[in-house]
Design a binder for this molecule. Sequence first.
Ligand code: AMP
Ligand code: GLY
Length: 425
Amino acid sequence: MNVLILGSGGREHALAWKIARSRLLTKLFIAPGNAGTLHAGVNVNIQVNDFAAIGEFAKKENISLIVVGPEDPLVNGIHDYFLNHPALQGILVIGPGKAGAMLEGSKDFAKEFMFRHNIPTARYKSFTLTTLSEGYTFLESLNPPYVLKADGLAAGKGVLILQSLDEARTELQHMLEGKFGASSKTVVIEEYLTGIELSVFVLTDGQSYKLLPEAKDYKRVGEGDTGLNTGGMGAVSPVPFADAAFMQKVDERIIQRTIAGLQIEAIPYKGFIFFGLMNVKGEPYVIEYNVRMGDPESEVVFPRIESDLLELLDAAAKGILSKSSLVISKQTATTVMLVSGGYPGEYAKGHEISGLDNIADSMVFHAGTKPTNDGKVVTSGGRVLAITSLGKTMGEALEKSYKNAAIIGFKDKYYRKDIGFDLTS
Ligand code: AMP
Ligand code: GLY
């Protein structure tokens, strides 16, 4: 079968790398892709929100399955677009329709969904500019720190955690007045949860689901989890504290209730669900839902899947996932993200990358790279390359990732040297 992946980051390179190994695959396309996805398939110069161009291309190339990487096109309704166009109806899409994508597209919807289905999450209330004074009163009822979340998508920047009540009041007003544009016209204020975060993923056809390997990502730019939030500076899988007892709670209280909730509300869902969880003294709480895979989590999750991923995606898209099986490697996967100096603030692009051909025992997933006409690879984003390795232990995998992180060069390269620091016992 012919497959089209939408997106251009490390997540999409990891997906492409894995799908390229499928026995079901005839031809793989990635739109728009990057300098790494070129080695797994054919890059196509179409942007992920250009549904008309994607539809035409899919028809022309006889695509059977589209795998949507990022959330944006899902929230914008790409799945519905394919279902509603008679000429495109035979083309299956991995990723929920607009209704399911609300789990990520609206924090308020997600919180209400969790309360309707008794899924553990932080206590919350939502406010708009007309209920600003009630918002102040709710803030006063909470203990610091204060968590304010823009309701809509805000490119990962819509969550503020504030230490003082004064700051929280000021920011609430700024957000409601449009600090994040339309995204923050509604703001969710929630109770702060203290614990350790992890990312849990399932692939579902809306009825049954497969639990994928869990992962932990390192979001802060600085060592020791300090400094600004980024898209993710590294990840590991498995997560040692996610033992059988903890994962059973996650399964019973969170995953099963979420899938059942989607069924009860008649929301079709064929795709990935990413549960951003907090482990609070051994009890799991949902911090957020995402309707896609994580990045850089994908760069450690897909390398641990031994089964044919395309077969699973195809089964999910057809609604027959329960017939498939999923085998997961016992090895540990680690990934270390090489980023452009200055990220997540301002940074330069276009620096030549060296050493890519000298990597033997790691996989290099491209996140922000571009090929040049003369065969070179240059930086084109904040997150540039994810260096993934497998090992019997986390230490063994990290040693390979760090050895290879040092071999690759580009001007102002930066990476955290302490990925996994909090997981060694
Ligand atoms: P989100 O975009 O919802 O994942 O939020 C971004 C980050 O803010 C999360 O990864 C957490 O580190 C933090 N966060 C969000 N909600 C809470 C909460 N209720 N308690 C503590 N930390 C939170
Ligand atoms: N690594 C977190 C995310 O993909 O949202």
